[in-house]
Design a binder for this molecule. Structure first.
Ligand code: SER
Length: 886
């Protein structure tokens, strides 16, 4: 009996043998389709190849594609577990031709694989074709020898396949397997077609049209093939089972669930095991593709599936979290075909464990409330919407979990009442929000948030994605469209652009639609809505259009490096300076990083050098940067650095990087830096490249600020410093290593020379020789009155003292001018101070110079003057004063 893994290989090998390239499954979050929640068929990754918008180096491809159908157009969630063939996660096998072969070859390929390689008896097979498609009917007749009654013509959309409201589409032919008349059911198109006797196993789509939003359709230039066969269905058939859950792969997961909950896989808990097996696959694959549980968008669909599974775990009587224990069984089954599952195993287990731990805290109480509510209702009555809303709001029960719980009792929920309660809560939240400030400007964003929900951020995993334009806003109003030259804020449903927060600046880049382009200069967010602040540079951008959003890669890479380096720096500072170091602010820009932290004194150059070296050590370690989602309490328990006083929601992103050789502080004793952070980071620490500290300064009281560079900027900075050092060494005619000593001795020499110059200036000012000869005798008092140049105010005191010394007994007046400032200084020898005061001399001189004041002691005084224009007069006035007093 072939296993599902064998069947997958047989399929891919068959088409590889027939000239098809085996292409990997694309991620579950479609990169190229903003209208799809999850990849739901094999053709999604090839969408643009069918329309001719994109070409690749192959024209034939084959894939085993991961698909999720939960939420959005194709939603199988409600039935999963209760029916034989519904799944939230399944694999679609497909072969594709992009303008290469068409019907005439696709049909023989399918027939050969089914009847030869898979060995299905021909008389068990029948097909449908679109009612006007004679060509396909004739090929079937010729290739398979099917009679007319086994080629059923279907006039409805069942045989015209569309991926969604827009996109490539075309008529299709479906291949059915007849399980035999012991099972009830009629052939396709008959009244009993919903029975289980005739099961569709393969859909071959003849892609030949493109559907547009206005309902119109065009014929595509080339004719292509897109086929899809559910692996679980063909697997059940080839393993002689009627139920997909009885295939080897699903059975092994069911048994893992039974084992983990000490239950019988086929006992009364059977349906629970089936739900658990299915949901284990969708949740694990979604987490492996970067979806994290949240309260909105894709993350909320994931959470709904997780919690639905967890209720079924609970129904099996398990006391502890179970889902994460089943992951190894899944990895054993599917890890070889999907290596991403193996790579993400630890992350999947942790995400499941933490979600289940958390949800169990409210699950019991919620279920009790549900029982109480039901007890109040008449037999068979539906649960009021308000009660379902309370379960949602207070106990974290997604609506479909409550519906699933009620289903077992044949009841349902008043969903209209639920919607009303939800709308009321939103209205209250809005009232509270708009009351808190900038209400006028915020109105449009709140309106958009309420209408469309938050913008989904895709930028942790990709820098380019498609989104749908929801609004084009300027001056607080949605303009609907904008043309070249206009500056607007563009709102989309999902975006790879990071909106400024947590110190990380907003992304810039390009938004392109079929009719225009806009340059995004910044991205911000209000009420969860991302504002792509943009200038339309070409044509027109309109609401409703699909758009390609591309982030400026180089700039984002530089920001990422700076942000990750900030985390390393934070930890290095804490280790060097102490646990009191806490983040007080930060900036992660493309050209530099800035980090403010609590610390009282300057960080010494030696400490800075050690910190810089430690950060560089962890960069060179090149260890992976890991991101996990958990409760703030769990994160703190692990030792994560959180912003003091910051409000965190129910769950936080925890970014960890760097591994310690010896015992560290993380839960595993190995993690160097662990922080709560919503920003974007490098994949491995080595991507930071290099780290250079620019120095430490005071930011405010008790807060220091460090600025630093990473990557190319750090290297350029170091190179510049080195170049300057070489230049200095050149000027000094020294080796770079001697520069410091040389500069020190130059500084000493300079000081000695400066002293010598001052001395010489003083001597010069005194006329180059003894002062005696220049002194006048005024009434028996020797007096020197002199104007000097180039001697500053500070040097005058020493000059006056020297002149006094040379006079032995007498009075001195010096008028000096240096660097645009005029100063007057006077001195009187001790023997004369009781008759003559230096202060009076200075005041007399400054008054004559047009100034006022001056002060000091009787033996030495000094004062400023507006100018020395009247220097001679000032000296004459002082001489006159001396004559009078002497
Ligand atoms: N796109 C088609 C389907 O999903 C065939 O792959 O059924």
């Amino acid at each position: 009996m072939p296993s599902l893994n064998d069947i997958r290989s047989t399929f891919l090998n068959f088409f590889e043998r027939n000239g098809h390239k085996v292409v990997d499954s694309s991620p579950l979050v479609p990169r190229n389709d903003p209208t799809l929640m999850f990849t739901n068929s094999g053709m999604v990754q090839f969408k643009n190849l069918f329309t001719g918008a994109e070409t690749r180096d192959y024209k034939r491809a084959t894939t085993a594609q991961k698909c999720v159908r939960a939420g959005g157009k194709h939603n199988d969630l409600d039935n999963v577990g209760y029916t034989a063939r519904h799944h939230t996660f399944f694999e679609m096998l497909g072969n594709f031709s992009f303008g290469d072969y068409f019907k005439e070859q696709a049909i023989p390929f399918a027939w050969e694989l089914l009847t030869k390689d898979f060995g299905i008896p021909k008389d068990k097979l029948l097909v449908t074709v679109y009612h006007t498609d004679d060509e396909a009917a004739n090929i079937w007749k010729k290739v398979a020898g099917l009679t007319d009654e086994r080629i059923i013509r279907i006039p409805t959309d069942d045989n015209f396949w569309r991926m969604g409201p827009t996109g490539p589409c075309g008529p299709c032919t479906e291949i059915f397997f007849d399980h035999g008349d012991h099972i009830w059911g009629g052939p396709p198109g008959s009244a009993d077609e919903d029975g289980d006797r005739f099961i569709e196993i393969w859909n071959l789509v003849f892609m030949q049209n493109e559907q547009f939003e206005d309902g119109s359709m065009r014929a595509l230039d080339m004719q292509s093939i897109d086929t899809g066969m559910g692996l679980e269905r063909i697997g059940a058939l080839l393993q002689g089972k009627h139920d997909n859950y009885d295939t080897d792969l699903m059975r092994s997961l069911i048994e893992a669930s039974a084992h983990a909950t000490s239950n019988d896989p086929d006992g009364p808990g059977k349906v629970h095991h089936r739900v658990i097996a299915d949901h284990l696959r969708s949740t694990s694959f979604l987490i492996a593709d970067g979806v994290m549980p949240s309260n909105e968008g894709r993350g909320y669909v994931l959470r709904r599936i997780m919690r639905r599974a967890m209720r079924h775990v609970h129904m099996l009587g398990a006391q502890d979290p179970v889902m994460h224990k089943l992951v190894p069984a899944l990895v054993r089954q599917m890890g070889a075909a999907y290596p991403e599952l193996t790579r993400a195993q630890a992350m999947i287990e942790e995400t499941l464990r933490s979600e289940e731990t958390r949800f169990r805290q409210t699950l019991d109480r919620g279920l009790r409330l549900l029982d109480d509510e039901l007890a109040k209702l008449p037999e068979g009555a539906n649960l009021p919407g308000e009660a379902a809303f309370k379960l949602y709001d207070t106990y974290g029960f997604p609506l479909d979990l409550t519906q699933d719980a009620l289903r077992e009792q044949g009841r349902s929920v008043d969903t209209a009442g639920f919607d009303t309660a939800m709308a009321e809560q939103k209205a209250k939240a809005r009232a509270a929000w708009s009351g808190s400030g900038d209400a006028k400007d915020a109105a449009i964003w709140l309106e958009l948030a309420e209408k469309h929900g938050s913008t989904e951020f895709l930028g942790y995993d990709t820098e380019e994605a498609e989104g749908q334009i929801l609004a084009v806003v300027a001056d607080g109003a949605d303009l609907g469209e904008a043309t070249e030259g206009q500056t607007v804020s563009i709102v989309v449903n999902q975006s790879p652009f990071y909106a400024e927060s947590g110190g990380q600046v907003g992304d810039t880049g390009l938004i392109k639609t079929e009719t225009g382009a806009a340059r995004v200069t910044d991205t911000k967010k209000v009420a969860g809505v991302f504002l792509h602040m943009a200038e339309v540079t070409l044509g027109t951008i309109s609401r409703g259009q699909g758009a390609t959003l591309s982030v400026d890669h180089d700039r984002r890479s530089a920001i990422r490096a700076n942000h990750s380096a900030t985390h390393l720096l934070h930890e290095a500072l804490r280790r060097a300076l102490g646990d009191h170091v806490a983040q007080r602010g930060s900036l992660n820009a493309p050209d530099r990083l800035r980090f403010d932290f609590s610390h009282n004194s300057a960080v010494s150059p030696e400490e800075l050098a050690r910190i810089e070296a430690e950060v560089n050590d962890f960069i060179r370690q090149n260890s992976p940067v890991e991101t996990r989602i958990m409760t703030p309490d769990d994160a703190r328990g692990l030792g994560a650095q959180a912003l003091f006083g910051e409000k965190y929601g129910d769950e936080v992103r925890v970014v960890s990087m760097g591994q310690l050789a010896d015992s560290g502080k993380g839960a595993d004793g190995q993690t160097y830096s662990l922080e709560l952070c919503g920003g974007t980071h490098v994949v491995r620490t080595g991507d930071i490249g290099a780290f250079a500290l620019l120095g430490d300064s005071a930011s405010s009281a008790g807060v220091r600020r460090i600025e630093a560079l990473t990557g190319q900027a750090a290297l350029s900075h170091l190179r510049d410093a080195d170049r300057q050092l070489s230049e200095i060494a050149g000027i000094l005619k020294a080796q770079a290593g001697d520069v410091v000593n040389r500069v020190k001795s130059l500084a000493d020499e300079r000081k000695a020379l400066a002293n010598e110059v001052a001395q010489l200036k003083r001597q010069l000012a005194m006329g180059g020789g003894g002062a005696g000869q220049a002194a006048k005798d005024i009434g028996g008092v020797k007096f020197i009155g002199r104007r000097v140049e180039g001697v500053g105010g500070k040097e005058l005191g020493a000059l006056v003292d020297e002149m006094k010394l040379q006079l032995g007994s007498g009075a001195v007046l010096v008028l000096a001018e240096a660097e645009g400032k005029a100063t007057v200084a006077a001195g009187v020898t001790p023997d004369l101070v009781d008759r003559i005061s230096a202060v009076t001399l200075v005041q007399t001189a400054t008054a004559a110079l047009g100034g006022k004041g001056g002060g000091g002691r009787p033996d030495r005084a000094q004062g400023g003057a507006p100018s020395l224009a009247a220097a001679d007069d000032a000296i004459a006035q002082v001489e006159k004063l001396l004559e009078e007093t002497a």
